[in-house]
Structures are given as C-alpha cells and as structure tokens.
Design a protein around this ligand. Structure first.
Ligand code: GLP
Length: 233
C-alpha cells in the first residue's frame, strides 16, 4: 500500500486528482466511483479540472435498496449533484435501487462489471472498516449482492436523512471480490472518526472483521489520509 498523508480533506482531493490524472494518462477507461462525504473534494477537483471523461465509463459501488434514481437521498442523485451534472461521462452505471427483481438487478450489475473491468476504483471507508456497503463479516470473494446495513452504518448515514427511521436498511453493493478485481484502488479517509478503521486497514490483521484490511492483499492501492485519520498509525 502506498500511504499519502495530507493536511486536510482539501489537500486530499488535490492528491486524488493527481491519481485520476495518472490513471487517464495510463489509458484507464473505466472508473469505479464512491459516495459519502469523503470523495466530495475529489469530485470538486475533477469538476474544476480539464480532465476529459466524455469517452469513459463509470460504475458506482452501491445504492440504497428501495430508493428511486430521482430520490434526493439516492446515490444516483448524489452522483448527479456532485459530478455528472458538471463532468460528462460516456456512460455511468449504478445499481438500480427500486429494481423490481433483486436477483435480476444483481445479475445485471455483475454482467456490467464483467463487461467493463474497473481500471481505477475510488473508495471511502466506514468507521467500522466497511468498503462499499460490505460490512464486517463480509466474504472477501463475493460479487454484487443485497446487504443488510449494520445499525452503526445506518446511524452514520442518518445525517443525510430527515431521521434515522428514513435510512434504508438494505443496499445493493459491489462485493469485496468485485472491488479487488479493480486494477488500481484509491482509498481516502478524513477526520478522527476514521483513525481506528484506517489503522486496522493498514496495520491490522487481514480479517473480515475489518473488510478494508483485504486491501493489503491488492497489488496497487494508494491510501490518502489526512493527519486526523492517520493519527493511530
Ligand atoms: C457509506 C458508503 C461508503 C462510504 C462510507 C463512508 O456507507 N456506502 O461507500 O465510504 O459510507 O462515508 P463518509 O465518506 O460519508 O464518511
């Protein structure tokens, strides 16, 4: 793992932009994208850059089960608001939260991931070490699936909803197996709330108890941490 420690999230976004630029220079065609507060500065940097994604494909990690694409709390809406509205991609895919048939939706997404192998996957990390919505205990080999969110993840994400009761309990998420197939991975973590998870990911044992620890086994991972998130290394 290559660890880059920056002053704050703003500087983290600037470093992340360099990683995207380098991936494009090396011919990357498919980008795996993430949501949450962590990648916000990265998306601002991408939007303000002259990087051209108009012939590139993107695939997002996850989406809440039950939310329509136009629901303001959906990850579709998040991506629209923070990136796609400003930066054109050739085609962008997310799991469809309101799909009538969960199995068919999972199969559709897995087929997309096979058709478009990810060159650069952007990740955040949950306070409990989850990546995507792969909570502690998740298998390291699974592909896209429907997952039940842990109470701590529901609580952490409640800030984006009117109340905790409104947070969906299930999500579609790329599995850890899907994430590990990406050619290159860029994980960002900012703030002291991520310090324990970051230390477990980088220095702890490789165990499903900390899903992100699997990244120690990936050949090309860059981790960008601010000083607060790096405090327990
Ligand atoms: C959510 C998302 C993850 C994200 C994590 C951290 O559960 N599914 O992809 O990395 O939360 O979110 P934040 O960046 O807001 O701290």
């Amino acid at each position: 793992m290559k660890i880059i420690i920056v002053k704050d999230q703003q500087q983290g976004g600037e470093k992340a932009l360099e990683v995207f630029k380098q991936a494009l220079d090396q011919g990357a065609e498919v980008f795996g994208l993430a949501t949450g507060s962590t990648p916000l500065t990265t998306y601002t940097e991408l939007v303000n850059s002259d990087l051209d994604f108009s012939q590139k494909i993107s695939l997002n990690l996850d989406e809440y089960v039950g939310l329509k694409a136009d629901d303001p709390q959906s990850y579709h809406a998040y991506m629209q608001q923070h990136l796609f509205k400003f930066k054109q991609f050739k085609q962008s895919y997310l799991p469809q939260g309101d799909a009538a048939d969960a199995q068919a939706e999972i199969q559709r997404y897995n087929e997309l991931l096979t058709k478009f192998p990810i060159d650069l996957q952007l990740l955040g990390i949950g306070k409990n070490g989850h990546i995507g919505f792969n909570e502690p205990g998740s298998s390291f080999t699974e592909q896209t699936r429907k997952v039940k969110l842990t109470p701590s993840t529901v609580a952490a994400n409640a800030r984006f909803f009117d109340s905790a009761a409104d947070v969906p309990q299930y999500a579609y998420s790329m599995g850890i197996g899907s994430i590990m197939r990406a050619k290159k991975i860029l994980l960002e973590a900012f703030g002291s709330a991520k310090a324990t998870a970051a230390a477990a990911m980088i220095e702890g044992p490789v165990t499903p108890d900390c899903p992100a620890s699997v990244l120690q086994q990936h050949p090309d991972v860059t981790v960008i941490l601010d000083q607060a998130a790096a405090a327990k290394l």
